[in-house]
Ligand binder design. Structure first.
Ligand code: NAD
Length: 260
């Protein structure tokens, strides 16, 4: 069903983005990978996915905090693949600190990478999708797009912004065969989460084990981390014909967190 379509997944050299990229490749989708990392490791990853799934896999290292680099990546992707059918806005970073101590440069980076990059990729992707009369835009938001936690002011603000952006664009393109949705994951044990454990421990004055048990999984009634495979499956569902009437909304994949 998705075979031969082209997807761009931002922040796909690690964690959730990589899991989604792999899931899409397994469906026969050609890919543009994006994200930071060791050049040799990224090339091994790129070539490995192409060989394993028999799809085209390109890599673009555009910095998602830079509008001009995002534009260049989108134009290049269109030139090299013919257009992006599936856009997954996933790149994101985190910083944990009380708001009155929050470093201004971290605030600016989180707003740029977690929220504004979604605007820049979307505005560049729409012309082709409109021409095709088909498109899927999937924004990897967070449970923090719906509820807050202390010490994550920039992240929560950015993710709530992504949710508002998702609804707005969905309304604008509703008659064009393009759906725009957010996936709101709970905690997934990726490098992004592993990195914030020491800072959360410091901010709350507790141990790292207590952070995992009493802070992270305290929010998730299932008491399990969400997996990247589950998020890839949700993405593929949103790309399917069965999801053609799902737009402007979010799918929570967070073990019951926001049911509280
Ligand atoms: P991760 O740290 O494992 O991966 C982040 C990816 O983004 C990497 O590929 C990294 O290179 C890339 N990236 C970071 N800054 C970039 C930049 N300036 N330009 C281009 N690429 C950049 O993180 P993850 O946990 O896989 O998170 C992916 C997304 O999922 C994020 O938007 C995050 O907010 C969201 N999310 C994660 C969780 C979780 O528990 N891990 C929960 C909810 C939402």
């Amino acid at each position: 069903m998705l075979k031969g379509k082209n997807a761009l997944v931002t922040g796909s050299t690690s964690g959730i983005g990589l899991g989604i990229a792999e899931g899409l490749a397994a469906q026969g989708v050609n890919l543009v990978l994006n994200g930071f990392g060791d050049a040799k490791e990224i090339e091994t990853l790129r070539a490995g996915l192409a060989t394993k799934f028999g799809v085209k896999v390109l890599y673009d290292g555009a910095d998602m905090s830079k509008a001009d680099q995002i534009e260049a990546m989108m134009h290049k992707a269109e030139k090299d693949l013919g257009g992006i059918d599936i856009l997954v806005n996933n790149a994101g970073i985190q910083h944990v600190a009380p708001v009155d101590e929050f470093p201004v440069n971290k605030w600016d980076a989180i707003i740029a990478i977690n929220m504004s990059s979604t605007f820049h990729t979307t505005r560049c992707a729409l012309a082709y999708m409109k021409k095709q009369g088909w498109g899927r835009i999937i924004n990897i938001a967070s449970a923090h797009a719906l509820v807050a936690s202390p010490f994550k002011s920039a992240y929560v603000a950015a993710k709530h912004g992504v949710m508002g952006f998702t609804k707005t664009v969905a309304l604008e393109v509703a008659e064009k065969g393009i759906t725009v949705n957010a996936i709101c994951p709970g905690y997934v044990l990726t490098p992004l989460v592993e990195k914030q454990i020491p800072d959360t421990a410091k901010a709350r004055g507790i141990t790292e084990e207590q952070v995992k048990r009493d802070v992270l999984l305290a929010a998730q009634p299932t008491k399990k981390f969400v997996t990247v495979e589950e998020l890839a499956g949700t993405t593929i569902f949103l790309c399917s014909d069965a999801a053609a009437s799902i737009t402007g909304t979010n799918i929570s994949v967070e073990g019951g967190w926001t049911a509280h």
